[in-house]
Write a protein that binds this ligand. Structure first.
Ligand code: KIV
Length: 265
């Protein structure tokens, strides 16, 4: 299999071949995902919550994103690596945005960056980053970096006016140069309409089956995280790990481990 690129994203949109994306934050998980045919890995700022134990994504820094992006980029030979731009790395000025996006590519090894929000907030940043030759993935709907403004992690764009605005925002992000767009926790029929109206692929999370691709947070789909309606737990890895940890504790305490086969003479 050859490397998944922005060109293959466009081709998948044309052919209707769905894009499978997962979050990844470390080398072994990313290596396994790459071997298993995951098309794109998102080094999401969700790492602030899933692996750093924070209440939200707002305190994740550029240095932390670089640290995780390097681990994922080192593991991957086929998938596209998309690095999230953390809170305040692109909102202050377009100059800072392009410099920070460039760091995620040059120092982190990502192939693209993702940032949240509509063109009226992030348009200048998107255009400058794209002009620097860096692919940008947009993100609309439930945008966790605006959690205090949104008033919680809840479904977005339900009313007529909000639906219309989201559809317009999607078109504007495509025009600004985004190569793909994440739609998070919005009604499925709106996601379908938006997906049909765009020439770039949409990647849904809690946005129904008719997006051009899907993304899930790895820890959620392995049973570690969130039990929201849009999450499917594909394997209860948490329980498998808990059983192993408990068995180890027992075996150490009752002298069963290390056995003869684990011991040097
Ligand atoms: O940070 C993240 O994991 C994300 C996905 C939920 C789309 O932005």
């Amino acid at each position: 299999m050859s490397r998944v690129t922005t060109v293959s994203f466009r081709e998948k949109k044309r052919t209707g071949d769905k894009i499978a994306m997962l979050t990844a934050y470390d080398y072994p998980s990313a290596k396994l995902m790459d071997e298993c045919g995951v098309d794109a890995m998102l080094v999401g700022d969700s790492c602030g919550m899933t692996v750093m134990g924070r209440a939200n994504t707002l305190s994740v820094t550029m240095d932390e994103m670089l640290h995780h992006t390097r681990m994922v980029a080192a593991a991957v030979s086929q998938a596209m690596v998309v690095a999230d731009m953390p809170f305040l790395s692109y909102q202050v000025s377009a100059e800072e945005a392009v410099r920070n996006a460039g760091r995620l590519i040059a120092e982190g090894g990502a192939h693209a960056v993702k940032l949240e929000g509509p063109v009226r907030h992030v348009g200048a940043a998107v255009e400058r980053i794209v002009a620097a030759g860096i692919p940008v993935m947009g993100h609309l709907g439930l945008t966790p970096q605006s959690i205090h403004q949104l008033g919680g992690y809840k479904i977005q764009a339900r009313s007529g006016e909000a639906r219309q605005l989201l559809a317009e925002d999607a078109t504007a992000l495509e025009k600004a140069g985004c190569f793909a767009l994440v739609l998070e926790v919005i009604p499925a029929d709106l996601a379908r309409t938006v997906s049909k109206s765009l020439t770039i692929p949409t990647i849904g999370i809690g946005a129904g089956p008719e997006c051009d691709g899907q993304v899930l947070v790895m820890h959620d789909m392995l049973g570690f995280g969130l039990y929201a309606r849009h999450v499917k737990v594909y394997a209860d890895v948490r329980t498998v790990m808990a059983d192993a940890f408990k068995q180890y504790v027992n075996e150490v305490k009752n002298g069963e481990f290390p056995g003869e086969e684990n011991t040097f003479s």
